[in-house]
Design a protein around this ligand. Structure first.
Ligand code: CTP
Length: 425
C-alpha cells in the first residue's frame, strides 16, 4: 500500500455493511489506504467485487487459498496496517473478539494483530442490551478496544427501535482519524476508549477531551419576518456538526446548539435545537459553564425589528419595508464574560476577501482565543463538503490544506485538546 496511513477494515455481516462502502470511499479521499476482509456473513450483504473496486485492491474473504496465505498470511495482514477497524461489528464478531476465537480469517486477524482496534457495533437493540453482549463489551473495554457508536434509532427490522444502529460514516471516519492520530510516533495520544455504554454514559477515560464540557454552535439562524417567512443564509451546519461528533469521539461531554439544519443529531451529543440568534444566545448561556466553546454557527447579523405576528398579505397595498436591527453577537458576549468565560473560546470567520487580516481583526474585536478563518467567496464552502482553513491566534497563522470537513473537525479537536492541556499545565 502506497498511502502513508492505512487501515485493515473487517466488514461483518449486517445490513449496515453497505454504509462501509462509503467509509472506504471517504478513506481513499483522505489518502488512507483500506485493505479489507469480508466475513462470510458480510458477503451476504455486500460483494467482494464492490469492496475491492472501491478499495482499489483485492478483498480478502474466508475463501482465500493457500497461495494467499503464502503471499501475505493472516499475521502480516493484521500487522501491516496502522489500525484495525471492524464495521459493522456484529454481536457474533464482538463475542469472538471478547473470547479470543480464531475460527475464520476475520477473527484470526483480530487475534493476531498488534495494532489498535476500533469497532463500530451494529445489531438489534435486544441483542445489544443482552447480558452476554454487555459482558463481551465490558471485556473489550478492559482490553482497550476503541468503540464508536452504536446510535439509537429505528432499526431495519420493522417496529424495532433503540440502541444498535451503526455509527454513521462521518462518525466512523472521525473516530478513525482520532485513532490514527493517537498512533502517530511521537504524537499525542488522542484517544483512549471511545465507547458509549448503555444508558449513554461516555466511557472515554483517556480520551483527549475526557472530562471536558465542549459547547458548539452550528448551522444558520432563521430570523422571522412573519410566521411563514424568514431571513437565513447558506450555512449547512456540516462543519459545526462534524466538530461536535469529533469532540464526542475524543471523550468530551458535548452540547451542540444547532440552528435549523437537515443533518441528523450527532451520536453521543446533547443537541439543543434553536431557530433565531436570540434563541441561540439563550441556549448557549444556559449550557455554560464549558471548558471549550466553539462558535461555528453562521448567525444572522440582523433580524426584522417588528416581525409580523400574522402572515403578511399583499392586499394590493404598498409593500411594507422591513426594518432590520442587529442581533446580539453570541461569540463576543461569551468571550467577553468576566465570570464564567469558557477556558478556551474559538470563533469562525467566513470571509470573501482579505481573509487573514479580517480574521485577525475579528480575533481582537470579539476577544476569542483562536479564529478558524475560511474563504467562502465562490468556493462552494458554504454547504460543500471540503474546507480550507487558517488558524489565526495572537501568535500567528497556521494554514491547513483543503480537507474534507470531517477531517478539519478531527484535526481541530486534536489541536484544541493540546491547547487546553497546555494551558492547564
Ligand atoms: N457570531 C456570533 N453571533 C453573531 C455573529 C457572529 O456568535 N451575531 C460568531 C460566528 O459564530 C463566528 C464569528 O462570530 O464564530 C464570526 O462570524 P462572521 O459572520 O464571520 O463575522 P461577523 O461578526 O458577522 O462580522 P462581519 O459580518 O463584519 O464579517
Amino acid at each position: 500500500m502506497s498511502a502513508s496511513r492505512s487501515v485493515l477494515l473487517i466488514i461483518g455481516g449486517g445490513i449496515a455493511a453497505y454504509k462501509v462502502l462509503e467509509v472506504i470511499r471517504r478513506l481513499k479521499d483522505r489518502g488512507i489506504a483500506a485493505r479489507c476482509i469480508l466475513t462470510r456473513a458480510g458477503e451476504q450483504f455486500v460483494t467482494p467485487l464492490a469492496v475491492s473496486s472501491l478499495a482499489g485492491e483485492r478483498c480478502f474473504t474466508d475463501l482465500f487459498s493457500l497461495t494467499d496465505e503464502a503471499d501475505i498470511g493472516h499475521i502480516q495482514l493484521s500487522r501491516s496496517t496502522d489500525l484495525v477497524v471492524v464495521a459493522p461489528a456484529t454481536a457474533d464478531l464482538i463475542a469472538k473478539m471478547a473470547n479470543g476465537h480464531a475460527d475464520d480469517l476475520a477473527s484470526t486477524a483480530l487475534l493476531a494483530t498488534d495494532k489498535r482496534v476500533l469497532i463500530a457495533p451494529a445489531m438489534n437493540p435486544r441483542m445489544w442490551q443482552h447480558p452476554a453482549t454487555r459482558r463481551n463489551m465490558a471485556q473489550l473495554e478492559r482490553d482497550g478496544i476503541l468503540v464508536v457508536g452504536p446510535n439509537s434509532g429505528a432499526m431495519a427490522e420493522r417496529g424495532e427501535n433503540g440502541p444498535g444502529r451503526m455509527a454513521e460514516p462521518p462518525e466512523i471516519l472521525a473516530a478513525i482519524e482520532l485513532a490514527l492520530a493517537g498512533d502517530k510516533p511521537g504524537g499525542q495520544r488522542a484517544i483512549g476508549f471511545l465507547g458509549r455504554l448503555p444508558g449513554g454514559n461516555h466511557a472515554a477515560a483517556g480520551g483527549a477531551l475526557a472530562g471536558r464540557h465542549v459547547l458548539i454552535t452550528s448551522g444558520p439562524t432563521h430570523e422571522p419576518i412573519d410566521p411563514v417567512r424568514y431571513i437565513a443564509n447558506r450555512s449547512s451546519g456540516k462543519q459545526g456538526h462534524a466538530i461536535a461528533a469529533a469532540a464526542a469521539a475524543a471523550g468530551a461531554r458535548v452540547t451542540l446548539v444547532s440552528g435549523p439544519v437537515s443533518l441528523p443529531d450527532p451520536a453521543g451529543v446533547e443537541t439543543v435545537h434553536v431557530e433565531s440568534a436570540r434563541e441561540m444566545l439563550a441556549a448557549v448561556e444556559a449550557a455554560l459553564p464549558a471548558d471549550l466553546a466553539i462558535f461555528a454557527a453562521a448567525v444572522a447579523d440582523w433580524r426584522v425589528a417588528d416581525a409580523a405576528p400574522e402572515k403578511m398579505k399583499k392586499d394590493g397595498g404598498a409593500l411594507r419595508p422591513l426594518s432590520l436591527v442587529e442581533n446580539p453577537d453570541i461569540l463576543a458576549t461569551v468571550a467577553q464574560r468576566t465570570g464564567g468565560r469558557p477556558g478556551f473560546v474559538v470563533g469562525f470567520a467566513a470571509e470573501t476577501q482579505n481573509v487573514i487580516d479580517y480574521a485577525r481583526a475579528k480575533l481582537a474585536r470579539k476577544g476569542c482565543d483562536l479564529i478558524v478563518a475560511n474563504d467562502v467567496g465562490g468556493t462552494g464552502v458554504m454547504g460543500g463538503d471540503a474546507n480550507t482553513v487558517h488558524l489565526v491566534t495572537p501568535d500567528g497563522v497556521e494554514t491547513w490544506p483543503t480537507l474534507p470537513k470531517e477531517e478539519v473537525a478531527s484535526r481541530l479537536v486534536a489541536h484544541l485538546a493540546r491547547q487546553i492541556a497546555g494551558k492547564a499545565e
